[in-house]
Design a protein around this ligand. Structure first.
Ligand SMILES: Cc1ncc(COP(=O)(O)O)c(C=O)c1O
Length: 402
């Protein structure tokens, strides 16, 4: 009989041979430090005896183990329920969802906001619900934006990373086509790019959008909670009134799970009706909604953001003064290494010194640009930062990188 199955072993071997195979390493808790286990596959993981410092998480404000956030989740579980039990449109809509959405709308300066079960679902659901004719997308946009584009019948035009002049030339070329005048256009970008730490030139993108009559959608996944008044780059640059769709996740600085879209009353009503990832998916779990609300409140009203940015400045200075190239312009500090094996060796050297910051390599980043993505948290203290810098010095010297 013909074999019409899938040769998964061969696939895995190919990944292994190319040093591209990934594996799961559990940790005992989600915080700025923890006990990790070596990859155990399907076996029982065994936690190592030494605690490691985590410099790779998106838990930027370190709020996942904050007592107030944990209490909010606990309280919601006890009073509302552990899960939503149904889609929001059936019986899964609760007061904690509406509290969260009110706070998100206030933070983002919009009429309304809508919570999704993940940031991935928010991107895919929003792009497909809008049904644009043409999407202009930054070449380094997140996979969930790319997948949203793929799921529509829109033509996707990719412009060079953070390059407004590249976008302009694509807009001009499209406007000159026969259909150019009658189409609906969406310009979509991350605000902070997770692997490069770069920040999109949002003001220039808005200028272009207004010149060509397009809408702008900004994914603030890596910015929400970290900029002006707990908002994102959109708030830092005062662009609320020029950007039609602000979107993000609750799973990074907001220490929870889920995604959101913020915008006009009409936008949110359309998404409630037409975003398939909202309509046909169980509502966000109430403890996740309540935890995100509390984390957003803390992001807005505490010194957590200030502490994060101090740690970022200290680490960047330290790494650069050792001779490392640190790219980007945000809280994400990508340390460029280049060669994939060198990046893996540097990550191993850090790990031996109890600092967790894995190598980022293809296909996540292009060949020849492998790197260590260093992401400090507000809850790292000065000793933690010094330990991280010392580990980078010793590991880098060991393999002749610095
Ligand atoms: C820019 C960006 N958008 C969307 C997502 C998806 O968010 P979530 O993890 O909540 O699905 C992520 C992260 O995973 C992201 O980095």
């Amino acid at each position: 009989m013909e074999d019409r199955g899938f040769d998964l072993e061969a696939r895995l071997e190919r990944l292994e041979d190319a040093t591209l195979k990934r594996s799961l390493s559990p940790v005992d808790r989600v915080a700025e430090r923890g006990y990790f286990a070596a990859p155990a596959g399907g076996g029982l993981p065994v936690l190592e005896s030494d605690e490691a410092l985590v410099f790779a998480a998106n838990n930027y404000l370190g709020l996942t183990d904050d007592q107030r956030v944990q209490d909010a989740a606990r309280q919601a579980a006890a009073t509302v329920g552990t899960g939503a039990g149904a889609s929001r449109l059936v019986t899964g809509d609760t007061m904690v969802h509406h509290d969260l959405e009110r706070l998100l709308a206030e933070t983002k300066g919009t009429e309304r906001a809508l919570a999704f079960s993940s940031g991935y679902a928010a991107n895919v659901g929003t792009i497909t619900a809008l049904e644009p004719d043409v999407i202009f997308s930054d070449e380094l946009n997140h996979a969930s934006i790319i997948d949203g584009c793929r799921l529509t019948s829109a033509e996707t035009v990719v412009y060079d990373h953070c390059d407004a002049s590249s976008l302009r030339s694509k807009l001009e070329a499209r406007a000159a086509t026969a259909d150019g005048a009658s189409e609906s256009w969406l310009i979509v970008t991350d605000s902070v790019f997770s692997m490069d730490g770069t920040v999109a030139p949002l003001t220039e993108l808005c200028d272009l959008a207004e010149e060509f009559g397009a809408w702008v959608m900004v994914d603030e996944a890596h910015a929400t909670g970290l900029y002006a008044n707990g908002g994102g780059v959109v708030q830092a640059e005062g662009l609320e009134d020029r950007i039609q769709i602000q979107l993000g996740t609750l799973s990074k600085a907001l220490a929870s799970q889920g995604g959101y879209v913020a915008g006009s009353e009409a936008l949110i009503e359309c998404l409630v009706n037409d975003a398939r990832s909202f309509v046909f998916s169980t509502g966000l779990a109430p403890p996740a909604a309540a935890a995100a609300s509390e984390a957003l409140h803390i992001a807005r009203h505490s010194d957590a953001r200030e502490r994060l940015w101090e740690n970022v400045a200290h680490l960047r200075d330290g790494l650069e003064s050792m001779g490392y190239t640190v790219v980007g312009d945000s809280q994400i500090l990508p340390v460029l290494v280049g060669d994939r094996q060198d990046a893996l060796a540097l990550a191993d050297g850090l790990r031996e010194r109890d600092v967790v910051a894995p190598a980022i390599r293809p296909p996540t980043v292009p060949e020849g640009t492998s790197r260590i993505r260093v992401a400090p948290m507000a809850t790292h203290d000065q000793d933690d930062i010094v330990t991280c810098l010392e580990a980078f010095r010793a590991a880098g010297e060991d393999i002749g990188l610095i």
